[in-house]
Design a protein around this ligand. Structure first.
Ligand SMILES: [Fe+2]
Length: 205
């Protein structure tokens, strides 16, 4: 019964998120990004030994909703309020699941993260945070930085994009929390470092 409810909730949430992401009109934060974060979250969860259906449901829901009403795009309403309203509309969702999903989906943002320590009780949140951060690295990450800056920043320049990429990548290096994500991220950090160094070497100053 629980599994059936979870399936129904996931179908409804995917529909809602797919539609919501369209409103950003930004390929750096579209439904593909969400699908990549969900997929990577589940991979990290598996490697971190998470098997419980309830925990995996929380992770999937948190990953699906993590960019809904993100403060970069939504200026009027808080992310917590928008996600809370959506979750309240899901009749089959119980209070405990709702609380867990809210905790994960509204705390993914790197810019608001000040904690570099690992605490086992927050592992589901860390998994989604790490998956989202890894999607800012490697070739996908590079393309996402470029498209985000061109779409959203008025005075964009290559150097500004490279600086944002460099600063954010340095922060991600400090803020990845799970051992699995740290291992996966290694090759992606390498690629982004090569890209930044190559740019800095050849740009005319
Ligand atoms: Fe994201």
């Amino acid at each position: 019964m629980i599994t059936k409810n979870y399936e129904k909730i996931l179908i409804e949430t995917k529909k809602y998120v797919k539609n919501y992401m369209k409103s950003y009109n930004d390929i750096s934060h579209d439904y593909n990004h969400i699908c990549e974060v969900v997929k990577l979250s589940l991979l990290i969860a598996k490697k971190e030994g998470i098997k419980n259906k309830k925990d995996l449901f929380h992770i999937k829901m948190g990953a699906l909703l993590h960019d809904v009403a993100d403060s970069k795009y939504e200026k009027k309403n808080s992310q917590y309020k928008v996600i809370n309203n959506f979750l309240s509309s899901l009749k089959q969702l119980n209070k405990i699941d709702k609380k867990e999903i809210l905790k994960i989906s509204t705390k993914t943002s790197l810019s608001k993260d000040t904690n570099i320590n690992f605490n086992k009780k927050n592992i589901k949140l860390y998994i989604v945070q790490d998956a989202d951060r890894i999607n800012s690295l490697g070739s996908i990450g590079i393309m996402r930085y470029i498209s985000f800056n061109i779409i959203n920043k008025k005075n964009h320049s290559f150097t500004e994009i490279i600086n944002t990429m460099k600063n954010r990548t340095n922060k991600i290096k400090q803020f990845l929390k799970t051992a699995t994500a740290k291992k996966i991220a290694k090759k992606h950090f390498k690629l982004i470092d090569i890209f930044i160094n190559n740019y800095n070497k050849f740009i005319i100053k």
